[in-house]
Design a protein around this ligand. Structure first.
Ligand SMILES: Nc1ncnc2c1ncn2[C@@H]1O[C@H](COP(=O)(O)OP(=O)(O)OP(=O)(O)O)[C@@H](O)[C@H]1O
Ligand SMILES: [Mg+2]
Length: 259
């Protein structure tokens, strides 16, 4: 795969609801490349979740196309396969199954892969260790704190070793200390595994920890800005943005290409 190829590309995507009464997304053009980390910000109702749903194939655009590694994806079957093997998703409300333990919730993501029950259990255990929850593996979600539940959900989202992690307000139900820890974990996982990460957040200081920031307004991309630096130790104070570099950001490149 060429270094500059896109991982996921959204081209001229619209999403309208209620027979056109609501326009959630309008002419969205976006390129996410392998290993990139982008934050999506914007007011409530600006279209962030709608965009994540379309980039995960959980919803289909009204118009426009989504490409995975430059191949257009239309069929639900193809999207299901991608979600099972290439895309990990983290939700605000965790979406853990309440009757299953932390380990079983993670193991569930490995069902359908050709691995034995013993290997599944071993893998779930190592994933829970990765998110710092080895000692909570046998606990039910109700016996875990919000931050711990989200860490289980993150372990589940990376069980398939995804190339892309989509996180829709993963810190929305957490206090600021837990929110910080969860974003730190996502960024570390993304760096260690070489995955791309798209993080939806209302928190500008969390968004500033990503490589670039896409701001949605009324369903359209209002701005996209690259951050100071990707590595924390190199970074200027959180939240500080600079004007776009000479090299256009991926979204800008996408738009230029269309002109
Ligand atoms: N299933 C639906 N039917 C009708 N309208 C919808 C539906 N889903 C979303 N919308 C509308 O689309 C717009 C964008 O919604 P979306 O959930 O994408 O916003 P958001 O930026 O994620 O907001 P929030 O920050 O509150 O999560 C809103 O006006 C919303 O009311
Ligand atoms: Mg939302």
């Amino acid at each position: 795969m060429a270094e500059h190829s896109s991982l996921i590309r959204v081209e001229h995507v619209d999403r309208v609801y209620d027979d056109g009464a609501v326009t959630a997304l309008r002419d969205i053009n976006l390129i996410i490349r392998p290993n990139e980390c982008a934050a999506i910000v914007g007011k409530s109702g600006s279209g962030k979740s709608s965009l994540i749903h379309i980039m995960s194939g959980c919803d289909a655009p009204t118009a426009g196309t989504v490409y995975w590694h430059d191949e257009s994806i239309w069929r639900q079957e193809d999207w299901r396969r991608l979600r099972a093997t290439r895309i990990g998703i983290v939700f605000q409300e965790f979406h853990l199954l309440p009757a299953l333990t932390a380990a079983e919730n993670v193991e569930l993501a490995l069902m359908g892969h050709c691995i034995s029950a013993a290997d599944r259990a071993r893998r779930a255990s190592s994933l829970l260790e990765r998110v710092g929850l080895s000692d909570r593996a046998r606990h039910l979600p109700t016996e875990l704190s919000g931050g711990e539940r989200q860490r289980v959900a993150i372990a589940r989202s990376i069980a398939n070793d995804p190339e892309l992690i989509l996180a829709d307000e993963p810190t929305g139900n957490l206090d600021s200390a837990n929110a910080d820890a969860v974003v730190e974990l996502l960024l570390n996982i993304r760096r260690d595994r070489g995955a791309a990460l798209i993080l939806v957040t209302h928190d500008e200081s969390l968004a500033a920890r990503c490589d670039w920031r896409i701001r949605l307004k009324d369903g359209a991309i209002e701005t996209e800005q690259e951050e100071e630096a990707t590595e924390k130790e190199e970074k200027a104070p959180a939240g500080k943005l600079r004007p776009a570099r000479g090299t256009p950001s991926p979204a800008r490149r996408a738009r230029k290409r269309k002109k």
